[in-house]
Design a protein around this ligand. Structure first.
Ligand SMILES: [Zn+2]
Ligand SMILES: [Zn+2]
Length: 238
């Protein structure tokens, strides 16, 4: 059964990414995604790939690497890189090990999260989770781009939940990977060390809202949504 959810067309656990007001050109065109909830925090580790070339990326491999690798096998994709939205353990705790297993590079987040990525092992010990410290191969800055199978994502630096949080924005398909910046009906917590509530609200309102209501997003926890739905009804943002 195919159900349209927040502008993202779902077929069981794989998703065709598209704007809320458009239809995919063909079932085989463009980017697809699959969400694998990982760690006790049920973090939305996301596989994103080009359906035509079956090449893609793993976003936020926080842990449970065997599950992530099973999903990679199931989708039959060739992973070309790992992307990180920010440095919390549920998003980045498995990144160093997955990089070694797959032989790929890590891009993101912004360098301001180095302080978190350098302490993942300690964060893990506090929660009883295995984790390794990780240094990405590439830090990301506002205005830069990354590619996944040739599809371009613009980088927005959106501090507040963590100082180095980034959002990956694919304009052609009006789609974002939002990490823990914004959720359906909520926003990222800012009571952690380095959190900044005002900065987070500012980043959402000045960087994400102007993208337009049609933009759909996968976030770090819970269901997908759109900018329009959150602009109208998110209690933290209205
Ligand atoms: Zn987080
Ligand atoms: Zn999280």
């Amino acid at each position: 059964m195919r159900e349209k959810v927040a502008g993202i067309l779902a077929t069981q656990r794989t998703w065709t990414l598209m704007a809320a007001d458009t239809q995919p050109q063909t079932a085989a065109s463009g980017l697809k995604a699959a969400i694998i909830p990982v760690t006790p925090f049920q973090q939305n580790c996301t596989l994103i790939w080009d359906e035509a070339t079956k090449t893609g990326a793993v976003v936020d491999p926080g842990g449970d690497l065997d599950q992530i690798q099973a999903a990679i096998s199931e989708t039959g994709i060739q992973v070309e890189k790992i992307l990180l939205t920010h440095g919390h353990i549920d998003h980045a705790g498995g990144a160093d090990e997955l990089r070694a297993r797959l032989g790929v590079k890590i891009e993101g987040p912004h360098r301001a999260d180095a302080v978190l990525l350098d302490n993942l092992e300690m964060q893990g010990a506090a929660y009883g989770l295995p984790a390794r410290n990780v240094t990405p191969d590439r830090w990301l800055e506002e205005g830069e781009t990354v590619t996944v199978a040739g599809h371009v994502f613009d980088i927005l630096h959106c501090p507040g939940h963590s100082p180095g949080s980034v959002v990956f924005v694919n304009k052609p398909q009006k789609f974002m990977l939002a990490g823990d910046v914004i959720f359906r009906g909520s926003i990222g917590r800012t009571d952690f060390p380095y959190g900044d509530h005002e900065a987070l609200i500012g980043a959402i309102k000045t960087k994400l809202f102007p993208l337009g209501d049609q933009f759909a997003f996968i976030c770090g926890h819970g269901p997908t949504s759109t900018i329009g739905a959150e602009r109208r009804s998110n209690p933290f943002l209205t």
